[in-house]
Design a protein around this ligand. Structure first.
Ligand code: C2E
Ligand code: MG
Ligand code: MG
Ligand code: MG
Length: 284
């Protein structure tokens, strides 16, 4: 009977599905190997302020795969979330980002802010704040140099618990940004209850700002509302001068995108910062 069931069940496993399951298993195993070998890299993309100065960087995870080249986090983070592998990966990311930014300070490039993307699983874990404090203490990075990026969805489920964690982060001095803002179908009014510092307008609106009246209106709405709530606004995914120009005219505070710089390894960031180093007031 089991055999018969098995045979029936097999009808549902088309070659296509079997292929995809195989891919997932392979990916999961390869992720595990990468975690154990600490084979990930962290790249950094500058955030530019209204004066054109580098105001900080966003840390973006990179997985150099031996056969497939760099695999985008968009391709493996969802799986890592499902398998729980995101936890060790996230711990590595946070420690690496804190160490790297502290390193920049030591080589005289200043106390730049670093934004780290958080996984929902990581944020909602009971051990999250403790781990974070430990990482800051071990790496020596001052808390105000760190910002955490969360998506709207993370805050929508378990709002009360999330707000408590956000208050604790604020007390520590760690900044918080809502990432991919505008894509989450959540009401804008919930923002007023959240102790956060920044919203990041999603790339999908930025790419339309120059030729879609709707996207331009949404962006103006987000910026005006955010400013009334005392929040800074970052626009991500800026690729064209015209987008930068319009966003500047609408009052956007910080700009990020290929127009200014692509995400790059630490060594390249050091070169980039040295070239874009603002003249300090005392001429030092
Ligand atoms: P995100 O946090 O919204 O990051 C911005 C994404 O836009 C990055 O993709 C970045 O490379 C890309 N980008 C920046 N400027 C431009 C531009 O001008 N044009 C275009 N087309 N793209 C631009 P990336 O690095 O592939 O990361 C994708 C997503 O993966 C991130 O979206 C974030 O949600 C997630 N992610 C990345 N690193 C981490 C991490 O360390 N931990 C977690 N949990 N998630 C991460
Ligand atoms: Mg982000
Ligand atoms: Mg984003
Ligand atoms: Mg995005």
């Amino acid at each position: 009977r089991a055999k018969q069931q098995g045979r029936n069940a097999c009808q549902w496993f088309t070659p296509e599905i079997i292929h995809r399951m195989g891919d997932r298993v392979t990916l999961r195993n390869e992720l595990q190997e990468a975690i154990e070998a600490q084979a990930f890299e962290l790249h950094y993309q500058p955030l530019i302020d209204r004066e054109g100065k580098v105001a900080g960087v966003e840390a973006l995870l990179r997985w150099p795969h031996p056969l497939r080249g760099y695999i985008s986090p968009a391709q493996f983070i969802p799986l890592a979330e499902e398998t729980g592998q995101i936890i060790p990966i996230s711990e590595w990311v946070l420690a690496r980002a804190c160490r790297d930014l502290h390193q920049l300070d030591r080589v005289g490039l200043g106390r730049l802010n670093v934004a780290v993307n958080l996984s929902p699983l990581q944020f909602h874990r009971a051990s999250f704040l403790g781990k974070l404090r430990e990482t800051l203490a071990v790496t020596g990075l001052p808390a105000p140099q760190l910002s955490l990026e969360l998506t709207e969805g993370v805050l929508m489920n378990d709002t009360e618990g999330a707000i408590e964690t956000l208050h604790a982060l604020r007390t520590m001095g760690v900044g918080v940004a809502i990432d991919d803002f505008g894509t989450g179908f959540s009401s804008l009014s919930y923002l007023k209850h959240l102790p956060i510092d920044r919203v990041k307008i999603d790339r999908s609106f930025v790419s339309g700002v120059a030729n879609s009246a709707e996207d331009a209106a949404i962006i103006q709405g987000i910026i005006s509302m955010a400013h009334h709530l005392g929040l800074k606004v970052v626009a991500e995914g800026i690729e064209q001068e015209q987008q930068h120009h319009l966003l500047t005219a609408h009052g956007c505070d910080l700009f990020q995108g290929f127009l200014f710089a692509r995400p790059m390894p630490l060594e390249s960031l050091i070169e980039f910062l040295a070239e874009h180093r603002p003249l300090s007031i005392d001429g030092a």
